[in-house]
Design a protein around this ligand. Structure first.
Ligand SMILES: Cc1cc2nc3c(=O)[nH]c(=O)nc-3n(C[C@H](O)[C@H](O)[C@H](O)COP(=O)(O)OP(=O)(O)OC[C@H]3O[C@@H](n4cnc5c(N)ncnc54)[C@H](O)[C@@H]3O)c2cc1C
Length: 483
């Protein structure tokens, strides 16, 4: 039987003044527009409103209000839970909103919310600047920033939100507002970590930093036999390392990488992703302790552009596959954590294609990230010297249970070592209790909940790690008794 598609669930949209493009099931371009990187969510929204600017977003929001409809938002589409394209939803799509302005004299950079990380890096680098962003160039700057933003410059300059100067939003009531330290400052606090729940961001202004254009970056590959002793040393090494040095250890079955012997493909290995953004002449000094770790199988680190460095991971997490991911913070990368991760990496699910299939990564934090006060943003960072992140990638629905089971088993192994606070962006939703703890203290959760009540009382923004849903499950009584 033919599938029944709700054809025109949202009649009378768009209004005449709408400058963007509206796509419904059956329209040319609809199938392309609804694609998101995680193919597990092949959902069919009822309407995709590709907005041209903030005024278009106001029209879309007002329409949803008038029809009592929830609002989904797609910027980069990278949400691991597929929140960008829910089934039957009204989607505000910002992918046409690509304007970028970099002030060459100050580095102050303003982007619209459809800009991707790679596009932003390319624009800022023309003037020798970079904003601390994430590590995969096709990720949306909007979703990343509103959750926090972890990457290779975090140890040097803090999270993406720590370089954020202001955000322009359309509220769910349909008003245009600017939020900064001096204007709507409480909203600005919440947008830096809990932003997906609060408003529709239309543009972001950041203070970029002088970086590159040349940096030193690449992969150092070690045999899995040496992984536990090496990982066990990393904590001590990184606490003393200069902030310009970022190292992400990743354990994974070797994907086809340039320079890697063919017989190694599929064999578990330890990779250190190295990005050094300091002076090239000081790289060896920064790496002194890493050199003591023993002979690698391959050292592919070399002078590169910042843009190249910040897209090294693109090949390890290509879009267009089924994905599942979990993550958390670690106070230290201990021998016990290392041993458990290596044991898991030694028994991965069978890959469904020759590309990468699973990876356990330990993005290094600490450094400047911990210079910023815990209460300066909704994003929580207390005690976070490392993250652990596990990612599974496969191609067929029949393998969902196997890959989900493996990813979740890594989470079970890491949970006893993880901090209670966490990073909202790098995991699928782990439930109400988890979400409350993501923000750190109960006091911060109460602040985040109060903002949600004020700015989105009807929970129109519900396609996210949802605060209202979590609060309902946790119960009002516990909410009232928090300190
Ligand atoms: C392969 C991969 C690599 C990643 N690497 C990193 C990394 O290195 N560092 C890091 O910090 N994170 C990383 N992430 C996580 C990433 O930051 C989050 O998934 C982020 O939410 C993606 O943003 P997006 O705009 O691409 O996603 P979308 O799917 O478009 O949106 C994600 C969420 O944000 C909301 N949203 C989107 N746009 C807006 C807006 N304009 N206003 C309000 N809400 C909005 C959506 O409703 C949704 O809930 C990675 C994710 C993947 C899949």
């Amino acid at each position: 039987m033919d599938k029944i598609v709700p054809f025109n669930r949202f009649p009378n949209f768009p209004p005449k003044a709408f400058k963007g493009k509206v796509l419904r099931p059956g329209d040319a371009g609809y199938d392309e527009a609804r694609k998101i990187p995680n193919t597990r969510y092949g959902s069919e929204p009822a309407l995709i409103a590709r907005c041209y600017d903030a005024d278009d977003i106001v029209m879309a929001v007002k329409y949803c209000n008038a029809h009592n409809e929830p609002i989904a938002i797609r910027s980069g589409g990278h949400s691991i839970d597929g929140h960008a394209m829910p089934q039957d939803a009204f989607v505000i799509d910002t992918t046409l909103m690509k304007r970028i302005h970099v002030d060459p004299s100050t580095g102050i950079t303003t982007i619209e919310s459809g800009v991707l990380l790679g596009e932003m890096d390319a624009a800022t680098q023309k003037h020798g600047y970079a904003v601390p962003l994430g590590t995969v160039s096709s990720t949306g700057a909007a979703g990343l920033t509103l959750g926090g933003g972890i990457g290779y410059l975090t140890r040097r300059f803090g999270m993406t939100v720590d370089s954020l100067l202001s955000v322009d939003v359309v509220t769910v009531a349909g008003a245009k507002l600017t939020a900064s330290e001096t204007e709507n400052s409480e909203l600005f606090w919440g947008l830096r970590g809990a932003g997906h729940n609060l408003a529709i961001a239309t543009s972001f202004t950041y203070q970029a930093h002088k970086v590159g254009p040349q940096v030193t970056s690449g992969l150092i590959i070690y045999s899995i036999d040496n992984a536990v002793p090496i990982l066990s040393q990393m904590d001590k090494i990184m606490r003393k390392a200069p902030r310009e040095l970022s190292i992400y250890p990743v354990i994974l079955p070797a994907p086809p990488l340039p320079g890697l012997p063919e017989q190694m493909i599929g064999v578990p290995i330890l990779v250190l992703i190295i990005v050094y953004s300091g002076e090239a002449a000081k790289y060896e000094e920064a790496m002194f302790a890493v050199r003591e770790l023993g002979q690698p199988l391959a050292d592919m680190v070399r002078p590169t552009s910042w843009v190249e460095a910040n897209s090294i991971l693109d090949v390890l997490a290509p879009p267009g596959r089924r994905q599942h991911s979990r993550g958390g913070y670690l106070a230290a990368l201990t021998p016990e954590v290392a041993a458990k991760a290596v044991a898991k990496a030694m028994c991965p699910p069978t890959p469904t294609s020759p590309g990468p299939s699973v990876a356990i990564a330990f993005p290094c934090l600490g450094g400047a990230n911990l210079d910023f006060a815990e209460d300066s943003t909704a994003y929580s960072r207390t005690g976070a010297h490392w993250m652990w992140e596990v990612l599974g990638m496969w191609d067929t629905p029949e393998k969902d249970a196997e890959f989900d089971g493996w990813v979740d088993s890594v989470m079970d192994a890491m949970t006893p070592h993880s901090l209670r606070n966490a990073y909202v962006n790098l995991s699928v939703d782990r439930g109400p209790e988890w979400l409350r703890n993501v923000y750190g203290s109960r006091k911060k959760w109460r602040r985040v909940c109060a903002l949600k009540h004020q700015y989105d009382p009807h929970n129109r923004l519900r396609y996210n790690k949802n605060i209202t849903r979590a609060q309902k499950v946790l119960g009002r009584s516990s909410f009232c008794t928090w300190i």
